[in-house]
Each structure stands twice: as C-alpha cells, then as structure tokens.
Design a protein around this ligand. Structure first.
Ligand code: CTP
Ligand code: MG
Length: 229
C-alpha cells in the first residue's frame, strides 16, 4: 500500500503575499489541488496525508479527492519536521516497510508518466528513488566579492525534484537521525544518503516546477492549461 505525504506547512517566504503560495488560485482551483490530484491519479496510491501549518486558514477541508481519502496533520518549523509529522500520522495499516511518496504541495505539474516511471523503478530498488533532471546550465562558483571564482563541471549533477519514494520506517529513521544531528536536510533523499543509502535517480521532466517566486506562477498556469497527459 502506498500513501502520499504532501507537505504544505510552509509559509512561502520567497513568494511573499497574503496567502501561502500553495493556496494561490489557478483557473479557479487552489494550486495544491493540482499537486494532490497528480499523485492520487496513480492506481497504486491509496490516499494522501496533507501536512498543514498550525495556523493554516486556507485549507479547503477536503476529506476525499477523486474518491481517495485525504487526511491532514500539523507540520513543523522545517520541511523535514513536516514530513516526519506526516509519516507518523499515516494510517496504521501503512506498514513500516511500505513505500511512501513525498510530494511538495507547491509542485502542481507532475506528469503521470513521470510518476509511473518513478513507481515502476523505485519499487524495484531496495532503498527507493527520486525524480530528478540533469543540470543543463553552465555552473559558476561565486567568490565573496561578486566575481566568478570558477566554472564547475556539471557532468553527473542532477536537480532533485519530487515525488521521492522511500519506505516508511527507513525514511522516518533517516529524518530523525538528521534532526538529532542538527543537520537541515532539504529533501528526503539527503537524509537517506546520510544513512549510507544510495537511492535511485529517475529522470523526470523539467516542467515539474516548484512554485517558489511570483515569476513561477504564470509558468505553472500555462503548463496546467496547455499540457495534456
Ligand atoms: N513545507 C512544509 N513545512 C515547512 C516548510 C515547507 O510542509 N516547515 C512545504 C511547503 O509548503 C512546500 C514544500 O514543503 O509545499 C517545499 O518547500 P518550499 O518550496 O521551500 O516552500 P516554503 O518553505 O513555503 O517557501 P519558502 O522557503 O520560500 O518560505
Ligand atoms: Mg522552504
């Protein structure tokens, strides 16, 4: 059984504005609805645990989407705290070695074919897998003075996306270990890697964008309106 954990407890400080970015309206529907529907669309995904901030005033209160259960719990100060809260709030029938999918609430444009590939390949891996895309730009290392110190080789560098697929107990242990060591992990894979695991990289699409700043919103709107899959 696979459940999705959708962390949505962030404040969207880089985006700014009145309401957290995951609730911005796209064609009459909050952004988070697209992220949820995209993960729930796969037949293997049984339900979603949405992690909300304590003072969330925008969550529409859904208990089902497309016939699948949607539950909520309260997250924490960092993304990793929110994912840990989601892991612990999963229904009891999600077993310790069942896979869970973690998908950002702010990533509305996940393609069904990418999710399918992630689940196909990730479930065949002992540890799990993440969607990622190869770095395509030339990378510069900045000096402290605003000048360029060096051009970094981009071979074998990938950008981590979500969803990320790991086993419930292993991921819980890895995130707890990072937290206890005082290390801020920016994705689930980083916590797993610290434990010596080597998750599989599964190539995803560049248009699986995370809405981070206001410039990302029109792009997300365009993609959601005009891409068919
Ligand atoms: N998130 C969360 N709990 C936190 C921080 C982030 O659940 N304490 C969620 C966000 O709601 C988002 C996802 O993690 O869906 C990715 O985080 P990010 O894009 O960084 O969102 P924010 O943290 O809200 O934005 P910012 O970093 O600009 O404040
Ligand atoms: Mg953040």
């Amino acid at each position: 059984m696979i459940w999705a954990i959708v962390p949505a407890a962030g404040r969207g400080s880089r985006y700014g504005g009145e309401i957290p970015k995951q609730y911005l309206d796209i064609a009459g529907v909050p952004l988070i609805a697209y992220s949820l529907r995209a993960v729930l669309a796969h037949p293997s995904v049984q339900g979603a645990m949405v992690v909300l901030s304590e003072d969330d005033a925008s969550w529409p209160g859904w208990t089902q989407i497309d016939g699948k259960p949607v539950r909520t719990c309260i997250g924490g100060a960092e993304r990793a705290d929110s994912v840990l809260a989601g892991l612990s709030a999963l229904p009891d029938d999600v077993r310790p070695d069942d896979f869970v999918l973690v998908h950002d609430a702010a990533r509305p444009h996940l393609r069904a074919s990418d999710l399918e590939r992630l689940l196909d390949l990730g479930r065949g891996d002992p540890v799990g897998a993440i969607l990622a895309t190869p770095v395509r730009d030339t990378l510069k290392r900045a000096g402290g003075d605003g000048g360029i110190d060096a051009t970094e080789p981009r071979e074998r560098l990938w950008r981590a996306l979500t969803p990320q697929l790991f086993r419930r107990l292993q991921l819980t242990r890895a995130l707890e270990a990072a937290r206890d060591a005082g290390i801020a992990v920016t994705d689930e894979s980083m916590a797993m890697e610290r434990q010596g695991h080597r998750p599989l990289l599964v190539e995803g699409s560049d248009d699986n964008l995370k809405v981070t700043t206001p410039a990302d919103l029109p792009l997300a709107e365009f993609l959601l309106r005009f891409t068919r899959e």
